[in-house]
Design a protein around this ligand. Sequence first.
Ligand code: ATP
Ligand code: K
Ligand code: MG
Length: 670
Amino acid sequence: MSVVGVDFGSLNTVIAVARNRGVDVITNEVSNRATPSLVGFGPKARYLGEAAKTQEISNLKNTVGSLKRLAGRALSDPDVAKEQKHISAPLIDINGQVGAEVTYLGKKEQFTATQLISMFLGRVKATAAAELKLPVKEIVMSVPAWFTDVQRRSLMDAAEIAGLQLLRLMNDTTAAALGWGITKLDLPTAEEKPRRVAFVDIGHSDYTCSIVEFRKGELTVKGTAYDRDFGGRDFDTALVDHFAAEFKEKYKIDIKTNPKAMVRVAAGAEKLKKILSANQQAPLNIESLMNDVDVQSVLKREELEALVEPLLKRAHIPLEEALAQAKLKVEDIDTIEVVGGCTRVPALKERIQNFFGKQLSFTINQDEGVARGCAFSCAILSPVFRVRDFTIHDIVPYPIEFNWEKSEDIPDEDTSLTVFNKGNVMPSTKILTFYRKQNFDLEARYAKPEDLPGAIKPWIGRFSVKNVKADSKDDFMICKLKARINLHGILNVEQGYFVEDVEVEEPIPEDKDEKKDADAMDTDGEPKAPKMRKVKKQVRKGDLPISAGTASLDPETKATAAERENNMFMEDKLVADTEEKKNELETYIYEMRNNIDDKYAEFASDAEKEKLKARLEQVEDWLYDEGEDTTKAVYIAKYDDIRSLAGPIAQRYFDKLEEERQVAQAKLDA
Ligand code: ATP
Ligand code: K
Ligand code: MG
């Protein structure tokens, strides 16, 4: 069983795997430790991850990024309009879900956000499998703490479509906290004061702070707050706006009218921003940006800071809110750990440090801590992997209420109850009790729609309870429903059953003191018969089936999407294999051409040489002509054709080598 942790970032995705020796971040097919969270579409195949990045500038209309920010959203959501500014492909509506329209295999195609994410996760799966040399199925993936039920369900569906089983969706900062705590051997015991750590993650798109208490073998999140629109890309946007204005003035070009120029300036701005984290000044030079104009500029760190002052000014807010939720003060915090690429910005580090009045700690790898935490979580959840257990108590981000129709028989019954409050422990289960004589429905929704991101709807799900009826005395059935916010932060009504009040006899519990008493025993050492009492108890009498309607895809839609994803995956693989066979053929031609006049020269007759050279030339010409684009089988056939001529010659050469080796060996042995 594979043990894989995935930090699915809005810009970069980092994959960590657990092996017997510990957790390692792995590299992808071009040896990078982070993969662009990007999918692209081409005339022959999809471009996933690195390939999408390589193609991006020449394929803007068919490239989609910010994938996770689209999960569970509708096109009409104002947050999606914000994302469109960072996504070059056109976003569209597909049955109420946002998606993208792209040209793929020469045709216009539409894919939902969930499908786009599943494509990317398929790439992640392949990268991990290549490294582990094992099929990958189980993963733990990170998610922003502020994600709602519908967003989390979209990620779950996407993983399933990609053939992955998500063992846990884990909040980013909680994953960082797990990675930090699980290796610490000096955590306080249950009786001691907990160690209190603030985890601050500022990435490309969002900013989260969690206040976490650690004790031996467990962590408890006490407060989590966020700014959903605060990250590196907001720095980049400020820079792009600045340069757009400068270039308009200086070069009379308007990059805002030219998507390609915009993307190139954004890439240049990001680079410049990174240089400014370590230097006081940085250049921006782009050749032939648009209208054949080369642009040149420089920026000072203080100028950048002035540009992003509106962001810096609110940098303390998530910290303040997280502390307030935890009911703690800055002096209560023992350590401040920062992760996420954007926390490299000196001005941000300074603001965070000033807020806490304490040096920041950087013991977690800023880019890899979240992925490592996810891999540890996967190891804990994996039955085959032995790892120290670590209990994680996370926190409910938004209050959830249940609503139901009033029962005719109970006129003064409430019709709504907030079952999970903001700040409650997550995962957690609550039992709801209903007195009913007929089937009934419950609806779950977020109790404070105004707290939700963008225009996400408060509705979570509808649960219909079946097989409910009055008993023989026309009394109510006592229905018990198990409502659970699970490991993923997703709400379900997982189980229903009914109980009856039954009078039972049970032993009266004795005091501890009494137990120690010698005369609790008869003289012959037999325990005395315990004193009994009659009590009313609810005894479970049977199950109540529940049918649920939630934002998850129905099984049929999911199966269709999975089949389609699998077909596209196989097509991509065929295209890649074909390319590989073509390259092999090309390489073979060059090798043979060199060898035939060199090391193979004395092993071939002139006639053989002539024939082979003629064939090599013929196949090479063909490769540049109709052989430019053909099938894998044809490339293999051409390869075999050349080998039928070159093979015997090579064999004579190797036979000679072997003969020489044996002679040399015989001399040594003598
Ligand atoms: P998110 O968590 O918001 O979804 P992410 O996890 O993909 O995004 P990270 O990889 O944590 O994001 O951070 C990427 C951001 O950090 C980018 O905006 C990048 O430009 C920025 N960044 C990386 N290195 C530096 C640096 N040295 N100075 C300033 N910014 C940097
Ligand atoms: K990341
Ligand atoms: Mg991140």
